[in-house]
Design a protein around this ligand. Structure first.
Ligand code: PRT
Ligand code: ZN
Length: 286
């Protein structure tokens, strides 16, 4: 039988949709139904296992799945050693200390001897002890933000994304001690046929991720300004220049990263670029 690769993905939660979307953008099609545990893809020999994120490191380590997508926070908290093959850069969040109003926070040492409610006692112990602070973790599995109000903790250490939950509960975020995003993990002793499949999957993932923050830009330019345009765009092999019927003008095509896009756009306009057309890129290689 031909070899297949299996991936453990969160069944339902903050990682699910983006995980499936990433795989679909790799041209891998499948039918996922939140009521079923398994699915098989077409277009790539990939099988899915839909589970709770807490179980993903264990399943991958035991070879029940070959690879998995999990939050770095969950992975580090479990302490099960796997290969981290990619940072997928979605579901970004931070682990922050938050204190109630009136708590005078002057740094982590203000938490010395205090009770800290968290769902991440192992990460907490590691970071606190590396910074010489002794605090007592109060382990709760959810609703960490209410623990101060009900009197079981002095402060909390919780996952924050927008900060709204903390504000709504009268807590102030005072220090970020750790950052997380979704990672792709793999079992440590993968056999070579599976490694080969993983390699091809990573090729697709990389192409999708590289394209994600880039724009394809096309514009017309008076020919004498070509060197100015090249300086604005930067880069090595780009831009591609094509002649137009009007000999004084050329058409220019290039790829620009999203964060530089507006600056490039304005500078191109300033040197006389016209008809600037911007498009999303689906996939690309370096
Ligand atoms: O059921 P299952 O066990 O699979 O899911 P889960 O409930 O354990 O996890 P889930 O789906 O909530 O989160 C999965 C992963 O998403 C986490 O392990 C993080 O890596 C990542 N992530 C990203 C977040 C958040 N953002 C986030 N905001 N995980 C949790 N939160 C919670 C946080 O705990 C707090 O209660 O959202 C609240 C804060 O959000 P803001 O936006 O108000 O700051
Ligand atoms: Zn979970």
């Amino acid at each position: 039988m031909d070899e297949r690769l299996s991936i453990a993905v969160q069944k339902s939660g903050r990682l699910s949709e983006k995980s499936l979307e990433l795989i679909r953008s790799c041209g891998i099609d499948f039918y996922a139904d939140s009521r079923v545990l398994k699915a098989s893809a077409s277009g790539f020999p990939l099988d899915f296992l839909f589970v709770r994120d807490d179980d993903i490191p264990k399943y991958v380590s035991e070879g029940i799945a070959d690879i998995g997508i999990v939050g770095r926070n969950e992975y580090d908290e479990r302490g099960i050693e796997l290969d981290i093959v990619r940072d997928l850069k979605f579901a970004s969040c931070r682990l922050s200390v938050a204190v109630p109003k009136g708590f005078e926070y002057k740094g982590l040492s203000s938490l010395e001897g205090k009770k800290i409610a968290t769902s991440y006692p192992n990460i907490m112990k590691k970071i606190f002890s590396s910074r010489g602070v002794n605090a007592e973790p109060v382990v709760v599995s959810g609703s960490v933000e209410v623990t101060v109000d009900i009197g079981i903790a002095d402060a909390i250490l919780d996952i924050v994304s927008t900060g709204t939950t903390l504000k709504m509960n009268g807590l102030e975020e005072v220090e970020t001690i750790y950052r997380s995003s979704a990672i792709l993990v793999a079992t440590k002793d993968m056999k070579s046929e599976k490694k080969d499949l993983l390699f091809h999957l990573l090729e697709r993932i990389d192409a999708v991720m590289l394209a994600r923050h880039k724009k394809y830009v096309l514009f017309n330019l008076p020919k004498p300004r070509l060197e100015d345009a090249a300086a604005i765009i930067g880069g090595m092999k780009s831009p591609t220049v094509t002649p137009l019927l009007d000999k004084d003008w050329v058409s220019v095509q290039t790829v620009v990263s999203e964060e530089r896009f507006w600056a490039v756009f304005e500078n191109l306009k300033a040197i006389g670029a016209e008809g600037i057309l911007v498009m999303d890129i689906e996939k690309m290689t370096e």
